[in-house]
Design a protein around this ligand. Structure first.
Ligand SMILES: C[S@@+](CC[C@H](N)C(=O)[O-])C[C@H]1O[C@@H](n2cnc3c(N)ncnc32)[C@H](O)[C@@H]1O
Length: 188
């Protein structure tokens, strides 16, 4: 059977693959264990660059090892800092894809989570970084304490973006309890 309904991360990869190209610049705003960083490094090719952010040293170490063993480390800049700093480090209008994976690091400290304030600051910055046709992918995991508040803030943020400048979709999984959602914001 060909699966049409994919987990949010695979859905983001499938859609992002349609716009990524060799030499592109991409951002992983929530590096974690490097699943998305790995995908992006592979997709941008040797001439591309992936900026990846996390506030946990252990996330950087896991991602570094993973990229190194696949020969992809030279394509990545792994940054130990909050994603809310991205616009100070990356040129406006230069980015093809930005990935957010909100929530906590699976297998890590569940008390270290993305928060409404820094997520909204980073989302605002990420939109200024996009090139025309570029997109922000937001996987919103919200089952943990504080998660629902962050989800509502992110949904309100996207609802207020003008349709003249942004195409936005939301994927939900209506028969699952507290399932993550996927938001895609594409710059026109
Ligand atoms: C759901 S996990 C990401 C999972 C990741 N995509 C992967 O492949 O493993 C969320 C990550 O966001 C990180 N995080 C929390 N606040 C952050 C911030 N302000 N800036 C960057 N990363 C942050 C956490 O440390 C955690 O590793």
């Amino acid at each position: 059977m060909t699966k049409l309904v994919l987990p949010v991360c695979e859905l983001a990869h499938r859609e992002a693959a349609k716009i990524l190209y060799p030499g592109a610049v991409a951002v992983d705003a929530t590096m974690g264990k490097g699943e998305d960083t790995f995908f992006l490094c592979d997709a941008v090719g040797e001439a591309g660059t992936v900026y990846a952010f996390d506030i946990q040293e252990s996330a950087l170490e896991q991602t570094r090892k993973r990229l190194e063993s696949a020969g992809l480390l030279s394509r990545a800049e792994l940054i130990l800092a909050g994603h809310e700093t991205m616009s100070r480090r990356i040129a406006a209008g230069s980015v093809c894809c930005v990935f957010f994976n909100l929530g906590y690091l699976p297998g890590g400290d569940h008390d270290i989570v993305t928060t409404k304030e820094t997520t909204l600051a980073a989302l605002t910055s990420s939109l200024t970084l996009l090139e025309p046709g570029g997109a922000v992918f937001i996987a919103v995991y919200w089952g943990h304490p504080g998660g629902e508040e962050e989800k509502k803030a992110v949904e309100a943020f996207v609802r207020n973006l003008p349709v003249s400048a942004w195409d936005i979709s939301e994927t939900t999984f209506p028969n699952r309890n507290k399932a993550p959602i996927m938001l895609i914001i594409q710059k026109k």
